[in-house]
Design a protein around this ligand. Structure first.
Ligand code: C2E
Ligand code: MG
Ligand code: MG
Length: 666
């Protein structure tokens, strides 16, 4: 029954009570008068026809007064009753519209409050405590309640400051509908500041906002703000997952957290291998469901083991040290199909495991298991045991990254050049620019060691821009000396899909009239073919020669090879090195040369370090030779000397060598 309906029925009951009261008062008056002999005297007065003043008074005024007094009391009482009931029902009604814990409006209260407001623009903010459930579970509901009250206080103070309506929609979700203010960022910032609770520290608040044109579209705005809030929460969770020390939280409630017990447990980190692809294809929600489903499956199969989620795509299981191998074997059987809201997803697992060493605590073991999982993923293996030396190497890499960054900014790198010669004429065809890092701490480091580190850290962009700048400067010197053969610089695969980098490259090379070219591996087009091919064709259109580097070393795709706007194909040195030692080697190289020629590409053989191999390549129809057999990479200064003293005739003994090897051109 609605509150106003019950109020009406109260009033009706009170009216009935008034009538009864009046009748009762009249009856009581008559009775009193009868007892006092008044009625007898009235009767005599009526019979005699004579009324005395006192009798008249008695006849009319006394009952009237009695009546008035009694009914007055009844009306007063009635008024009081109605007011009390009004208050009571208003209180009941208010309670029905408010959240008992925080005193803020609840959902119904919010609707009612908004309905009484005049229409106009509104800003709708949805605020939600991060990891509230975890706080509740870990610290108890009393702490959870205090957190909610603190957030409610914040909303109340904002309501006082800006007007509008604040409400708690349920759980830890709050809403603030504000009138338009010039700078909504003020509200957002105040709302989303972390809440500080003495016993647990800071708790993040995620906030989403949406604008609505009138009160009727509040519902829609609420939905948008809710979505925005969840996105903010998700982003923050992702950042947290990558920044936090997951081991700090993992297995917190497990007895193995006790250092003594921890020593008997190994940690198995399970990689949810399809997490990323599901995230990309179906969204973060589905990817999260996949991880949860996998966790449930693991827990169902091992009800006695503690299973935790260590990060978004990693689960952790505490396994008695002696049972690691068999548990991993059993866990492998759990990969397979997962049904996520009607979508079947196949997900595999990768494993990293670590057993506690020395006085390492559980936290260290969790960290090591995750490190081992990273290694398993990197090496494409199903399972990897933690290797202390691998971790040391990794740490070295981090140090290397820092030192390399400094080397780039301090201009401490050097650019070497290796000549390439024409296989028919022996004339110098071009030079490949190869970066060198004479490191103070480590001596000369091979680019094969630091380029992958730069690619991983993202420093490859700065490094390549340094190479580009240096090559352009050296180009000017070579031009002045009338050394017109082109220089080729190496461009990492990932930079080929970088539009901004491509623009800078083209801008820098436009004025070189094709005398600086680039070498890219075919893998450059594998990850993002459309973008990479577009950029390559922009580069080619700008007149920059393109060579395909290390051909055959990666996943060779004829489809992309055909589409790459290249002039040259460099056969990977792994095919050249054992050219003279195997039967299949020459066949592969020969057919690659033919293939390249049929695509209109010149062929370079790199890593040619023996005269017989050079001879062989010449008769096979290879166009360009590069390798120690001709010259090692050298500084610009040394290169100028090399060019000056180079005698092509010295490289002319090739055909005889080929015959000696028993290889005859078919
Ligand atoms: P790459 O582009 O395939 O370069 C050829 C590598 O083979 C060079 O190694 C060169 O010194 C080496 N080499 C040449 N001839 C011979 C030979 O006869 N025998 C042997 N054993 N090796 C030979 P380097 O200079 O150590 O460079 C290694 C790789 O590092 C390069 O392979 C390239 O992928 C990368 N790199 C070098 N400089 C740069 C750069 O400036 N940028 C990028 N992104 N990568 C670079
Ligand atoms: Mg190269
Ligand atoms: Mg190469």
């Amino acid at each position: 029954m609605p509150p106003h309906a019950s109020l009406v029925s109260h009033v009706q009951r009170d009216r009935a009570a008034l009538v009864v009261g009046v009748v009762a008062a009249a009856f009581a008056t008559v009775q009193t008068a009868g007892q006092a002999g008044v009625i007898e005297r009235w009767r005599q007065a009526l019979a005699s026809g004579g009324w005395h003043l006192d009798e008249l008074l008695l006849l009319f005024l006394v009952p009237l007064l009695a009546l008035l007094t009694i009914s007055g009391r009844a009306v007063g009482q009635l008024r009081r009753d109605i007011a009390g009931r009004d208050r009571e029902s208003a209180r009941t009604r208010d309670l029905a519209l408010r959240d008992p814990l925080t005193g803020l409006f609840n959902r119904r209260g919010l609707d009612d409050a908004l309905a009484t407001q005049c229409s106009g623009n509104r800003l709708v903010f949805v605020a939600d405590l991060d990891t509230f459930k975890a706080f509740n579970d870990t610290h108890g509901h009393a702490v959870g309640d205090v957190l909610l009250q603190r957030l409610a206080d914040r909303l109340r103070s904002m309501q006082t400051a800006f007007g509008g309506v604040a409400a708690r929609l349920g759980g830890d979700e709050f809403v603030f509908v504000a009138p338009p203010i010039p700078d909504e960022q003020v509200i957002r910032e105040r709302l989303s500041a972390p809440l500080f609770l003495e016993c647990i520290g800071a708790v993040d608040v995620s906030v989403g906002a949406a604008r609505c044109d009138d009160i009727d579209s509040v519902e829609q705005a609420l939905e948008s703000a809710d979505l925005a809030m969840y996105k903010a929460k998700r982003d923050r969770a992702l950042t947290r997952a990558s920044l936090d020390h997951p081991a700090e939280r993992a297995f917190e409630r497990d007895p193995a957290h006790d250092p003594l017990v921890a020593a008997t447990y190994a940690v198995v980190a399970i990689g949810v291998e399809q997490f990323r692809s599901v995230k990309h294809a179906l969204g973060y929600g589905h990817a999260g469901k996949l991880a949860r489903a996998m966790r449930e499956r693991v827990q169902a199969h091992f009800p006695n083991l503690a299973v935790e989620r260590l990060s978004s795509d990693v689960l952790g299981v505490l396994v008695p040290v002696e049972a690691v191998e068999e548990t991993i074997a059993a866990l492998q059987m759990l990969s397979g199909s997962y049904l996520l809201e009607g979508v079947a997803v196949e997900s595999g697992m990768a494993f990293g495991h670590a057993v506690p060493r020395g006085d390492a605590g559980l936290r260290d073991t969790v960290e090591q298991a995750q490190f081992a999982l990273d290694e398993a993923r990197r090496l494409g293996r199903v399972s990897v045991n933690f290797d202390y030396n691998a971790q040391l190497r990794q740490r070295d890499n981090v140090e290397l990254m820092n030192d390399l960054q400094n080397a780039i900014t301090m201009n401490a790198l050097q650019l070497y050049y290796q000549p390439k010669v024409d296989a028919r004429t022996n004339l110098i065809d071009s030079f490949e620019a190869l970066v060198r890092w004479p490191c103070v701490k480590r001596g000369m480091i091979s680019p094969a060691d630091f380029i992958p580190v730069a690619e991983e850290s993202g420093d490859i962009r700065a490094l390549t821009l340094w190479v580009l700048e240096r090559a352009c400067a050296d180009r000017v010197i070579l031009d002045k000396l009338k050394i017109m053969q082109p220089l080729y610089i190496n461009i990492s695969a990932r930079l080929v899909s970088d539009d901004a980098f491509t623009k800078r490259l083209i801008a820098a090379l436009l004025s070189t009239n094709g005398r600086i070219g680039i070498e890219v591996t075919e893998t450059a087009v594998l990850e993002n073919p459309a973008c990479a091919l577009d950029n390559l064709s922009l580069i080619a259109t700008a007149g920059v020669p393109i060579a395909i580097d290390d051909y055959g070393a990666g996943l060779s795709s004829l489809t992309y090879l055909k589409q790459m706007p290249a002039n040259e194909l460099k056969i990977d040195m792994s095919f050249i090195r054992d050219l003279a030692d195997s039967h299949r080697g020459p066949l592969i190289v020969r057919s690659t040369i033919d293939l390249a020629h049929s695509l209109g590409l010149r062929v370079t053989a790199e890593g040619v370090d023996k005269p017989e191999i050079m001879a062989l390549l010449k008769v096979m129809g290879c166009d360009i030779i590069q390798g120690h057999q001709i010259a090692r990479p050298m500084t610009l200064e040394a290169l100028l000397g090399f060019v000056d003293t180079y005698v092509p005739e010295d490289l002319a003994a090739a055909p005889m060598a080929a015959r000696l090897l028993g290889y005859a051109e078919s």
